[in-house]
Design a protein around this ligand. Structure first.
Ligand SMILES: [Zn+2]
Length: 186
């Protein structure tokens, strides 16, 4: 089913100071000083970027093929509604913000400073976005949300992938059937 969801590209701050949190399910980055690290507007509603976290292997698949990892950028609206942008991540890339966050994350549950990083480094520049309504999967993904999965993948370093998979060997769930799938061209 094709819809015409009007959405802006996300506008994220490049100078956010992050805290890396090992919550027992994943490594999550949250603004160190609270608040939002940027916004996205979908269908006239503004959502704040409140955290991003990782899965290994990817939760989404293209032609049944998963990638090494997937990053979920979790946005929250004033009314509590969530909008998540998912980007499938392959290995073999350059060192980037993922490395800093994973290097800072405690091996056991806890949190530590990760420093300043630009999350846009993990977002494909423009192009196709696949958007659908669905529910989040593994914790902390637990509520109904508006999902956007970029069709273009990004690459993270093999070191980052290895570091995360050592902490969380498998924190992705099998794909659920997608209802009301919508394709959006930005
Ligand atoms: Zn997630």
């Amino acid at each position: 089913m094709h819809g015409d969801v009007a959405a802006s590209a996300p506008v994220w701050a490049s100078d956010t100071d992050w805290t890396a949190i090992n919550n027992g399910h994943t490594v999550q980055a949250a603004p160190a000083h609270g608040g939002a690290a940027g916004q996205i507007e979908i269908a006239g509603k503004t959502y704040d970027l409140v955290q991003f976290h990782f899965h290994h292997p990817s939760e989404h698949a293209v032609d049944a093929a998963h990638t090494e990892m997937e990053v979920h950028f979790v946005h929250k609206a004033a009314d509590g509604a969530l909008a998540v942008i998912g980007v499938m991540l392959t290995g073999g890339g350059a060192v980037g913000p993922v490395d800093a966050v994973l290097a800072a994350a405690p091996i056991h549950e806890g949190e530590a400073p990760a420093g300043i990083a630009d999350p846009s480094a993990l977002l494909p520049a423009g192009g196709l976005f696949d958007r659908y309504e669905g529910s989040l999967t593994t914790p902390p993904c637990s509520e109904a949300v508006t999902w956007t999965v970029t069709t273009e993948k990004m690459a993270v370093s093999d070191e980052a992938s290895a570091a995360f998979s050592a902490m969380f060997p498998n924190d992705a769930r099998p794909l659920q059937p997608l209802n009301d799938r919508e394709l959006l061209i930005n």
